[in-house]
Design a protein around this ligand. Structure first.
Ligand code: CS2
Length: 457
């Protein structure tokens, strides 16, 4: 029997050495698997050079991460599962908070002078945006924020910045690590809009002073499954209550606008560039677009994981053609990127036999993912006069997938679940303005393509 992973366990020795003397300098909202596998890993290595930037991890809803990791002093394991495997104990999370239990603790932390950066992985829906990408003032969490009870990440960031301004401190930099196109600008506009409702001067101050860099994040991180803790325990010789798993590949590109005093993330392999847009479009449209395509088509064909779907020759050649012939023409790749090589590398990552990435996990929240991953590509294709037939197939497959779940009485995991469970037929889906911009929904070529794909599935 092995003991639990704690600072005293031998598996933790290296992580403890790196974090010796470290202080909290970063507040992170949403410490799910992706944050822990990705950003926490970069900060773990940074702490070794600079002890100012440990993480305080704030859960906005559930106490489950805190409950699992607090007895381990925030330590957890990243299992890198690939053709070669590796296990790292990470010590960058120094504090764990659950916002609804003590909002004041989160706010006073945000307003303390040592905090230089706020990061967020709250998923697409966590930003509470409407179909046009603007903050939805009618969203229940935003209504609570407006009533003076910070609830969403937008509410916490706005109130945290207000307290800093009032205390004469510089604003913290705000870094979205979610898969949204132009994530920094959307985050900023949402915070400014919220602030403007109650304090126009605060809105102006945030607009003028606070940095919200645009970012691209990439590392395939399947949710922790039942098999992982035992696998980790064998590897590290200690029991970790909630390890995470990811592929070896890991990339973080940040727009080079961080203020002075921000953590030197470039020193641990983060790419800083003035032009994130190309990286972002390549990643969201090629990787995530292909992922969602495999998810809906793969589930309809009875596959369970990404690797299974890639083992289906018909599906893998469909996805490859989609990426090369239909998506790539809409992507302005950053200078120096070898686009065919990028596509080949993604397909190879999808074939990773060492992880079971469930298609159902990727299929969640489709109403928020499709616009970012596929509909922008389709709109660009239409205006450039390209064919969009193949691109319409995953859109139709999403509709079929939702209908199938609803008919089977299976819970639909999506912020639009109530509306989606009632939708049947292409027209009903296309009428959802939160998903399909009206101009796209009205486009005859698009409607025809979706209808014929829907009929053929
Ligand atoms: C996936 C992403 O769950 C999903 O929707 O497409 O989480 C994907 O694995 C990551 O963006 C890869 O960086």
């Amino acid at each position: 029997l092995t003991g639990r992973l704690t600072p005293a366990s031998s598996a933790a020795a290296e992580a403890e050495r790196r974090r010796a003397g470290a202080k909290v300098g970063v507040v992170h909202f949403g410490p799910g698997a992706f944050h822990r596998a990705h950003q926490a890993w970069y900060f773990d290595r940074l702490m070794e050079r600079d002890p100012r930037f440990g993480i305080a991890a704030v859960s906005l809803k559930s106490p489950s991460v805190r409950d699992a990791l607090a007895p381990q002093d925030g330590l957890f394991t990243i299992a890198q599962l690939d053709r070669e495997e590796a296990f790292h104990v990470v010590g960058s999370i120094l504090r764990l908070l659950v916002a609804p239990e003590d909002p004041e603790a989160v706010l006073s932390l945000l307003a303390s002078s040592g905090i230089a950066m706020v990061t967020a992985t709250v998923t697409e829906k966590g930003y509470c945006l409407d179909g046009e990408g603007r903050l939805d003032l009618t969203h229940p969490d935003i209504a609570r924020d407006l009533a003076g009870h910070p609830t969403s990440v937008i509410g916490y960031v706005a109130e945290g910045q207000r307290r800093r301004r009032d205390a004469g401190l510089a604003p913290f930099a705000v870094v979205s690590c979610d898969n949204l196109a132009d994530n920094g600008a959307l985050f900023k506009a949402a915070v400014v809009r919220l602030a403007a409702q109650t304090d126009p001067h605060l809105a102006d101050w945030i607009e003028a002073e606070a940095r919200f860099p645009r970012t691209m994040v990439d590392s395939i991180t399947p949710a922790t499954d039942d098999a992982l803790p035992a696998r980790v325990e064998t590897a590290i010789g200690a029991h970790d209550a909630w390890p995470v798993q990811r592929e070896r590949f890991c990339q973080w590109v940040i727009e080079d606008v961080l203020p002075k005093g921000a953590p030197d993330l470039a020193s641990v392999g983060v790419e800083l560039t003035s032009d994130v847009a190309g990286y972002e479009a390549a990643k969201l449209r090629l990787l995530n677009g292909a992922h969602s395509t495999l998810a809906y088509l793969g589930l309809l064909k009875g596959h369970e994981t990404v690797a299974d779907a890639m083992g289906d020759a018909e599906l893998s050649s469909f996805v490859e053609a989609l990426m090369r012939d239909d998506i790539l023409p809409s992507v302005k790749a950053p200078p120096g990127m070898d686009a065919p090589g990028y596509i080949a590398a993604i397909l190879e990552r999808f074939r990773n036999p060492a992880i079971r990435h469930l298609l159902s996990q990727i299929a969640w929240d489709g109403s928020k993912k499709l616009p970012v991953r596929l509909l922008g590509t389709i709109a660009d294709g239409l205006s450039a006069g390209r064919s969009i037939e193949r691109l319409a197939t995953p859109v139709a497959a999403w509709m079929r997938f939702i209908e199938g779940r609803a008919q089977a009485g299976i819970e639909i995991i999506d912020p639009l679940a109530a509306e989606l469970s009632k939708a049947t037929g292409v027209d009903a889906f296309l009428a959802l303005e939160a998903v399909f911009p009206p101009a796209l929904a009205a486009d005859e070529r698009f409607k025809n393509a979706v209808n014929s794909a829907y009929a053929s599935l």
